[in-house]
Each structure stands twice: as C-alpha cells, then as structure tokens.
Design a protein around this ligand. Structure first.
Ligand code: I6G
Length: 682
C-alpha cells in the first residue's frame, strides 16, 4: 500500500471516528440523537472494516476500542492527582441550617458582611464515585474513590460506559484534568437485568448502587459492557492548565463543553430557603426520576469562598449532602408465610418487625419465589436489609449472616396449600411452586375474581377485595360467571350492603358487559397474558372462536407471544371448565363492538406505533390505547425513531419534547379521532 493510500485511510479513519464520537455525544450525553440508528450502524461498520483491514492504524481512543482486554490478576492501586473528598451529611433541616450558619460565620470572620449564600444544588445519585484522568485530552486512567488518596484502577471498565468520553471535545484542553462523577445504573436497566436474571436462574443484583460499584470492579470489561451503566460528572480534581473559572456552576458548564454529561437537574439556589425548597421539590420527584438518588448536594458556588472554607477531615466545608429518608433499613424476620396468587403461585412473604423505611412503616416484604428464598437463605429470626424504593413492594435484599441467632432452620416449601390444603407442586427446574386447587382454592378464586373485576379488565366499579371475599364466603360466587347471576335482593343479605349499594353493584356488573375483546381476554387471567398481550391477541384474532382454535404457530404470529405464552393460552382453552366459564360469560351478554377491518382485510393501523401522553377529553388514555390496538396499532411507552407519532392530550409530559427533538410527529386528540374513524371507530 502506497503512502498516498495510507494517508487516505488515516484521513477516513479520523473522519469516521470524529463523526461517531459526535453522534455518541449527541445520543449519550445530550440525550438528543441526530442520526437514525441505521446510519450510525453503517458508520460503525465502515470503521470496524477499515480497522480490520489496517490494524496498524487502530488508536486506543477509537470508538471500536471501548471493550479492551482484562487486566491480569487484581485491580491495581492508583493514587489520585488530588484527594477525592467525602461529603458530610445533613439528616435533618436543622443540620442543614447549622451547615449554612457555619459557612456564613467562617466567611464573615474576615470582617466582611455576608448576605445569603449562593449554592449549586443537584441530586445526589446513589452510585459509585469515579475519578477520570485525561492527559492531552485523552482518557488515561479511571479509578474508584478508594480511601480518597488511592483508588483501584478501573480504566478498562470505565471505557465501556458510553457516556465516558475517550477524548475531550473542543481543542483547548488542560494538560492534565481529573474529573469526578458518579457512575450509576438507571432503574429501568436494573429492573430489566434482574427480571432476566430471575427468569434464567442467574444471580440478581442487590440494588442499583451495588450494581454500579460491582460492575466497575469486574475484571472482565466484557461483563461490564453488558451492564447498563451511566454517569453524571459533578466536579474536578487535579487540573494543569485550563481556563480561569470563578464559580462551581461555571465548572459544570465547562465540563459539559468538554463532553461530560452533567446532571440536568443542577441549579443555582440562593439562601437556605431555596435550598430547602429544592430539597422538597426533588424529594417529590424522587420516584419519577429514571435513577435512584439518596439526597441532594449543595455546594458554595464561589470557588474563592470554597478556598476560604477549605476542608476538614477529608470533607469539604463548602459542600453537604442533605439526605432523604433511607430506602434500606435493618429489621428482623418474625415469620415467613406463603401467599397464594391468582394462578396458584405460592409467594414467600417475610413478616417483619415493623420498620420505617422509604417514608413508610413496612412490616411485610416479598421474597419472590423459592429460588430467591433459597439463594438469600432468609430464616425466621434473621436480621435482614429491607428495601422500599418508589412504589414497588418492599423486598428483603440481604441477610446479615453474622447476626443470625443459633438454631435457625431453612424455610421449606409447604406440602399443602396454606389456603385450601390442596397439593403444592413445583415442577423440576421451575422457581415457582403452585397450589393445584384451581377455583376450589379460595385464594385463587378470590384473586381471580378480583383480577376479573379490576380496572384494566372488566372494570366492575365497587367490587373490591372485601366485597369479593364476602361473596365467596357467602357461597354466592364460585366462578367469575356467577357474578352475572347475582340479584340485588340476594346481595342485601350481605353485611354492610343496603338496597342502594346492592343496586349500584348490580348496575356496575351490568355495565361491564359492554367491553372490548382485549379487556375480556385479559380478565380471564390466562398465565402470561398481560393487558398488552391480550389487546394484541384481540386485534389479531378478532373473536373467541378464532383464538380457541388457534395452534401454536398462529398464536406466535402475535408480536408478544412466544412459545411459552402460546402453550399457556392453549393449555387454558384445553381445560373444559375454562371453556365452560367462557361460554357462560358470553351467554350472559358480555359483548364488544367489532372494529371494522379495511378492505384489504388488515386492521387499518397495522404496522403503526404510537405513544400516548397527556389527558384526553373524550376518553381515558387507556381507552385510546385499546382502540388503537384494536385497529392493529402498537402503543408503546417511550418515544424512539420507530414511533410513527406521539398523540398528545392536555398537559402532555416530556414525550412531546423528545418527539420534537428526534423529529417524530406530534398529533392532537382530533387527529386521534380521525385515525380511529379511519379505522372504523367513532
Ligand atoms: O460523592 C459525591 C456525590 C455527589 C460527592 C459530590 C457530589 O456532588 C454532586 N461532590 C463532592 C464535592 C464530593 N462528593 C466530595
């Protein structure tokens, strides 16, 4: 290969790397992708091919080189250029007021009158701190915090995180720069990882914080690359060179210019009142944020004031973390019981010494299934870490084995159902044990009826769990179909059921008869058929008869249906008593309007994908979704380039902003009606 050819290759490589880097920056740092995935893949493939053909021109900071080789042996210790400090905590408002008072007193001790202090406030992520070192604009080292002076070398893993720049952006880089940030695992990635681990019998991650820290300390970067990690940068360590900067806010803006992702929620606040306000607002949003936070951090904005305040015992006097109530606490397991669900699945449940966690008192925590129970080896009397994050059911994350009392025994699966005494079976290799009692089991009957009547199923108003229990206890309801034979006079025999309530319930049951095929299918409670799958099955098959007769192959034509769910649908309809119940339900008048198919015989919105946001006037979002799905469309929760349109009602959320950013059309309610009308709906 001649010199001119080599030059040509080197030029093309440089151009491709620059392009890919700026697309990565737009996607991972700015959250604002500029090219379709297909174009990005094409560039990446071209770069990979060129590098394969000319390996002598591969550079360490090429986007193809994020996953490199594993270090041999242990992670090496590395010294930080400047110490990595720790934050002091304020656990209450009065501790925060003390902090602010101390800051003002110290700054005033020079004789100057100081008014309210300007702080930069930002959420405190629950992840793992990292220090990245750049020399001449290139990432040369990444380390954990360690003891603050020395951390562990995790460069091979930090490189795999797409939001970590391998090269700085722009041209004026400091000779050396240390950047500090928090690596975290977003909630969605954590949940998805654990869902898959539970499904495949793999090891689950304890919580997003451990997940981030554990991922960074892997030896093999291929494993880290599979973990959905992200990072926000919040400060600098050693700097050699660099522009003159006078506030912390300017530091954050400068970091962003260099290509670092900063937390979009950071804000300058003045005085302690605004700090408290920020804390309260962030606390209210805590559960909606896509990542876990455990408080907010305030930092004195003026770098000159920071220098005056200095540090004490390795903590800056100019910064503090104002914590939220803990989401994990210690408590003791009183007993382990088994709850029977709608499908007969037995879920082990730990009854706990009540403990205040995540803002509420928790006395029960799920142990998920027998495999999880065995893996965590939770025993009566154990001290455990219980976790309640957001609105999810509290769970036992870990046993403190060192605190285990003597003579405890592993919890074993009961041989018979705690509710009905029927046999409990656990097929080999399955994590879930089930009661075989079916509708003979009051727990399954209760949960089945409750599900049947629930809002997203038949939506029978006023038929809550207590009413369901009463009806079953009185022997009035032995299957969902019995609900439609109830008479008001009968109901008044029940406690707390006057004639008016009885009439109301009968009317609600009557109203529920006009429904959609999707809701009806969902209400049947077929295993593996959630609300979305039911809607898709309904759109695909159109009638009960078609569905009952469908074989595996036809069932799997539906997007969401794989071999397992197909087998479950077939097993459901093979059972004679299930068929009888379905027949009885249809005979008592349950019905739904038929969406008209287009002339081509296809649902008119087949192949279209929509996202709904905001409040609609003439229908609930749920109804809009059902009607779109019945017309063949797919309705998803997040906006991507594959979305055909976002349909926005009043007060839409951030989905509209995202759609506008990536060029997805935004439709209003009138257009939604037109779409549905075009598809045979009014
Ligand atoms: O551990 C930390 C998390 C977040 C921090 C921190 C931070 O700012 C948003 N800031 C400092 C100054 C330190 N640790 C030492």
């Amino acid at each position: 290969m001649g010199e001119a050819d080599s030059q040509q290759v080197v030029l093309e490589l440089a151009e491709l790397r620059n392009l890919i880097e700026s697309h990565d920056h737009a996607y991972y740092v700015l959250d604002d992708p500029v090219v379709p995935d297909a174009e990005y893949d094409r560039l990446m493939r071209r770069l990979q091919d060129l590098e394969d053909a000319h390996p002598q021109f591969i550079t360490a900071d090429s986007p193809t080189q994020r996953v490199g080789v594993a270090p041999t042996g242990e992670l090496a210790d590395v010294r930080h250029g400047a110490p990595m400090l720790s934050l002091s905590n304020a656990l209450s408002e009065s501790e925060l007021l003390d902090f602010d008072r101390r800051v003002r007193e110290r700054l005033e001790s020079g004789g100057l009158e100081i008014g309210e202090i300007e702080y930069v406030a930002e959420p405190k992520l629950d992840g793992a701190a990292v220090n990245l070192r750049y020399e001449q604009g290139r990432l040369v080292l990444a380390a954990t915090r360690g003891d603050g002076q020395t951390g562990e070398d995790i460069t091979h893993n930090a490189r795999t995180i797409p939001a970590v720049p391998l090269r700085l952006r722009g041209e004026q880089w400091p000779e050396a720069l240390e950047v500090r940030g928090e690596v975290f695992m977003p909630r969605a990635g954590f949940d998805e990882y654990n869902r898959r681990a539970l499904e495949t019998g793999g090891k689950t991650l304890v919580n997003p914080r451990n997940a981030a820290a554990g991922s960074l300390r892997q030896l093999d970067p291929k494993l880290t690359a599979q973990r959905p990690l992200d990072v926000f940068f919040y400060g600098v360590g050693e700097i050699q060179g660099g522009p003159p900067i006078v506030t912390h806010g300017d530091t954050l803006e400068w970091l962003r210019e260099l290509g670092f992702k900063t937390c979009p929620q950071w804000q300058v606040v003045t005085g302690i009142g605004e700090c408290l306000n920020y804390h309260e607002r962030t606390g209210e949003k805590r559960n909606e944020l896509p990542y876990e936070i455990d408080g907010v951090v305030y930092k004195v904005n003026s770098l000159q004031d920071q220098a005056i305040l200095g540090t004490v015992s390795r903590a800056p006097r100019w910064a503090i973390a104002h914590k939220f109530p803990a989401q994990e606490e210690l408590t003791v397991v009183r007993t382990v019981e088994f709850q029977v669900g709608r499908t007969g699945a037995l879920t082990p449940l730990a009854r706990l010494e009540p403990v205040f966690v995540g803002g509420v008192t928790v006395s029960n925590a799920t142990l998920h299934n027998m495999d999880e129970l065995a893996r965590k080896d939770v025993r009566v009397g154990d001290t455990v870490i219980v976790r309640r994050a957001g609105d999810v059911i509290p769970e036992v994350v870990k046993v403190l084995h060192e605190r285990r009392p003597e003579e405890t025994r592993p919890v074993s699966l009961p041989e018979s159902c705690p509710e009905c005494g029927s046999e409990v079976v656990r097929p080999e290799g399955e994590a879930i044990a089930r009661c075989v009692g079916g509708l003979v089991c009051t727990a399954q009957l209760r949960e089945g009826i409750r599900h049947f009547a629930s809002r997203l199923a038949m939506d029978i108003e006023g038929l809550g769990i207590q009413r369901v229990e009463q009806l079953i206890e009185a022997g009035m309801v032995k299957s969902p179909a019995d609900l439609f034979d109830l008479r008001a006079e009968q109901l008044t025999e029940l406690e707390r059921m006057g004639p008016k309530s009885a009439d109301n319930l009968i009317s609600a049951i009557d109203r529920s008869k006009t429904t959609t095929f999707g809701r009806f299918l969902y209400a049947l409670g077929i295993r593996g058929v959630g609300e979305a799958t039911a809607a898709m099955l309904a759109a695909h098959f159109g009638s009960v008869d078609e569905l009952v007769d469908a074989d595996d192959e036809r069932l799997q034509e539906v997007d969401d249906v794989g071999p397992v769910v197909a087998a479950q649908i077939r097993a459901f309809f093979r059972e004679q008593h299930n068929r009888r119940i379905v027949e009885r339900l249809l005979a008592c008048g349950i019905d739904w309007p038929q969406p008209r198919d287009s002339a081509a015989g296809r649902k008119p919105l087949t192949g279209k994908t929509y996202v709904l946001t905001g409040k609609f006037e003439g229908m609930t979002r749920q109804q809009a979704k059902e009607r779109l799905v019945e017309s063949g469309a797919k309705v998803t929760g997040s906006v991507s380039k594959a979305t055909d349109a976002v349909i926005a009602g009043e007060r839409p959320g951030s989905k509209v902003t995202r759609a506008e950013k990536i060029g997805v059309p935004v439709l209003d309610e009138v257009s939604l009606r037109n779409l549905l009308r075009g598809s045979g709906e009014s």
